[in-house]
Design a protein around this ligand. Sequence first.
Ligand SMILES: Nc1ncnc2c1ncn2[C@@H]1O[C@H](COP(=O)(O)OP(=O)(O)O)[C@@H](O)[C@H]1O
Ligand SMILES: [Mg+2]
Length: 230
Amino acid sequence: MIAEIIEANKIYETPAGKFSALSKSNVQLNEGELLLIIGPSGSGKTTLLSLIGCLIEPTDGEVIIDGKTISKMSAKEMALIRLNTIGFVFQQFNLLAPLTAEQNVGFPLLMQNLSTPEINRKVEEALNRVNMTEHKKKLPQQLSGGQQQRIAIARALVTNPKIILCDEPTASLDKDSVQIVMKELKELARKGKAVAVVTHDPRLIEYADRAIEVKNGKVETLENWKEFSK
Ligand SMILES: Nc1ncnc2c1ncn2[C@@H]1O[C@H](COP(=O)(O)OP(=O)(O)O)[C@@H](O)[C@H]1O
Ligand SMILES: [Mg+2]
């Protein structure tokens, strides 16, 4: 197990008062698996993923990432976990518009203060991994949605993180690109990464090793989840 949330909940403080986005939940994420987190819009999926991703802290309960307990960490330590242990992939790709594909992929390595030759080598490797080497000099706007998401995946894996977290990674893609991106994520899980994919799309279930459902802020194990998509 690489990530675990234990009896963790999230209550957001808003001007209108407290809002419970996620009730006390227990979720484990294992290396070598693609975990699908499915549920309707507004159910708390992004909140759950943000807890696992050390982007937010739980109101109560614990989050343990790679053996480290979040509540005992400083903001700086959380940032280091995000940089070194986790790769993120988002619905809108979140590529930097003025940077080429290869510069986008290399960006996390700049943050890690690696040498230029080392950065170049790792960027090459990551681009090759998602079959995007021939497009490396292009700007994001010169790439299709599916290609941009493959660049975003290359950026997520360039630091060789143990965990890859994806928030609706296929929601902006056409059918063919959905298949390419999900196969890519599944392959990363096969190679030993822990991959979590948040989605509202039941068609993604066929790519999952395991699935959980978030409903009204509650995490539920999906029984017969392979049937869920039918
Ligand atoms: N920072 C926040 N402050 C207040 N409420 C929030 C915040 N983030 C999310 N919420 C609310 O929490 C609920 C769950 O949100 P979210 O986790 O984004 O759901 P999902 O990703 O499943 O659509 C929603 O009602 C949303 O409006
Ligand atoms: Mg969301």
